[in-house]
Design a protein around this ligand. Structure first.
Ligand code: KIV
Ligand code: NA
Length: 262
């Protein structure tokens, strides 16, 4: 049961689809890893899912380190990718490499992910040159929500699609070993996938990407504050938890739990 490396992920392109899910803590990471996932993303979506914020701009390096350490202790086989949070790579190359390095050396991640295209390529190159594998992220980039004006499908015009393809090529050239494509038209995701030699991992980007990623709590049916249209619920864990807790409460109230041992 050898750990998954960047080389293994790269070689999966065209051979086997890559499975990725988010996880934010030790016990969930352990369950997801045991099921045989290829990659766990410690997404800054933890701001929404774990911390109750309404977007990811409130997530700090300290939040990311805390959750990444926890996940890394539970993940034995899969690759752990940690998100670089809001502004952690926009205050110069020095800060960016330092922050990425902390997610590896303190957080125990195997790679970092950062949002953006040509404008962050200098940063991607510097982090890669420091020996840290980088995952790119294009399309809907939630850290820019205040600029994008919402969470809808991106790159719908021809100009925006051309720009995204150009960004994808630049991110690959800068050294990224794989690329997340979030909420873009399926035809564009296919075009990007066919144009790159590194694997693409889609979320709300159709079925032609080299892999898929979802937020764990969404696909397990644990988080229904907001369910994006591209999410499939593979389980109803939220209902199970509520049912279990309801039974516990009633048995405590009526005295049937605990049972007296004689
Ligand atoms: O933070 C996150 O969960 C992500 C995925 C949705 C790709 O970035
Ligand atoms: Na993210």
């Amino acid at each position: 049961n050898k750990p998954i490396t960047t080389k293994i992920i790269k070689n999966m392109k065209g051979a086997e689809k890559i499975s990725m899910l988010t996880a934010y803590d030790y016990s969930m990471a352990k369950l997801v890893d045991r099921a045989g996932i290829d990659m766990i993303l410690v997404g800054d979506s933890l701001g929404n899912v774990m911390l109750g914020f309404d977007n990811t701009t409130h997530v700090t390096m300290s939040d990311m380190l805390h959750h990444t350490k926890s996940v890394a202790r539970g993940a034995e086989h899969c690759m752990v990718v940690a998100d670089m949070p809001f502004l952690s790579c926009h205050l110069g190359v020095y800060e960016a490499v330092k922050n990425a390095g902390a997610l590896i050396s303190e957080g125990n991640a195997g790679a970092v992910k950062l949002e953006g295209g040509t404008e962050v390529c200098e940063i991607i190159k510097a982090i890669t040159d420091a020996g840290i594998p980088v995952v790119g992220h294009l399309g809907l980039t939630p850290q820019s929500v205040n600029q994008l004006g919402g969470f809808g499908v991106q790159a719908k015009t021809q100009d925006a699609a051309d720009k995204l393809l150009e960004d994808a090529k630049a991110v690959e050239a800068a050294g990224a070993f794989c690329l997340v494509l979030e909420c873009i038209p399926a035809e564009l995701a296919k075009k990007v996938t066919d144009s790159l030699s590194i694997p693409t991992i889609g979320i709300g980007a159709g079925s032609d990407c080299d892999g898929q990623v979802l937020v764990l709590h969404d696909m397990l049916g644990m988080f229904d504050d907001y369910i994006p249209s591209f999410v499939k619920q593979f389980a109803q864990v939220g209902k199970e938890i509520t049912a279990g807790v309801t039974s516990y409460i009633s048995e405590v109230k009526n005295g049937s739990f605990p049972v007296l041992k004689k």
